[in-house]
Design a protein around this ligand. Sequence first.
Ligand SMILES: Cc1cc2nc3c(=O)[nH]c(=O)nc-3n(C[C@H](O)[C@H](O)[C@H](O)COP(=O)(O)OP(=O)(O)OC[C@H]3O[C@@H](n4cnc5c(N)ncnc54)[C@H](O)[C@@H]3O)c2cc1C
Length: 289
Amino acid sequence: MLPLPFEFERPSTIADAVRSVEDSGDGMFYSGGTELLLAMKMRVIHTDRLIDIKGIPGLDRIALNDANDIEIGARCTHKKISSDPVVREHVPALSSLCADVANIRVRSVGTIGGNLCFGEPHADPPTLLAALNARLVLIGRDGTRVVHADDFIRSELETIREPDELLTLVVFPCPNGPVTYRRFKHGERPSVNVAMAWSMDAGKGTIKDARVRVGALGSRPQPLKVVEDALRGLRVREVRPAIEAVLTTALDGLEVNEDRHGGADYKRHLAGVLLLRNAEEAIAAGGGT
Ligand SMILES: Cc1cc2nc3c(=O)[nH]c(=O)nc-3n(C[C@H](O)[C@H](O)[C@H](O)COP(=O)(O)OP(=O)(O)OC[C@H]3O[C@@H](n4cnc5c(N)ncnc54)[C@H](O)[C@@H]3O)c2cc1C
């Protein structure tokens, strides 16, 4: 099927892109088009105007800034992120995540911004970015706001972004401890994924803060607070038994959607396996005793 007719614009500034959406009523930003065009062809989504953001300079930049934060422009493709030297050096887990997204065609044009803004639950980056405590920078007619990745996806295919708000940047602190990511997939998209990031208290040789997120199970990435609390203050060698002690309670607290990726018990089991594999990798990478 072909999409219904629409207008096409290619603004060269963020302000013009925002204004175009506002003027058109139901205009939509168009980035790589890998989700949007499929949905328009299936006529699940219709818009009178597509606002192509490819011509806006500066949205595909990756850098380590003076505050030791890693900045990734929303127009960066999965392919670019996977091969970027800053990402490879400081967050290899994100580099390999992006190298495994979808297929080469989607990775070459699909962007991190489009992935986040579509709000598809069976996605990889939202889980890891939430574990990295990422912030997302949105620019709309009322100015700029910064939201936490944890708060951005509201539910399935729904985010807190207003239609006129352009996601411009993803920012997160450069990790100072192990960052791991594991996923299991039956098809092209993840059925379950788990991300873990912890920082060490160098003086004490213990874990200062841990962030663990489970994705694709429910409508949005979920924190495993029980595990995070159990890990705080531990030595690295104590991690695995501590996780095993709280695993059942932690998994029981998760929202799980039963779908073609599997039933609730199966998915919870997978999440537990992936969590322990993350822990093993983090233990090996984490140093300390
Ligand atoms: C076959 C296939 C397999 C896939 N497999 C995986 C997978 O394994 N893991 C995974 O995580 N993902 C997967 N995906 C999803 C893929 O990551 C996304 O399609 C891609 O990242 C979307 O980016 P895009 O630039 O093409 O977005 P578009 O299709 O251009 O846009 C998607 C949505 O986001 C909005 N949008 C885009 N950019 C912005 C912005 N900067 N600000 C505000 N709104 C914006 C658009 O208006 C639209 O609503 C798969 C997709 C396909 C088609």
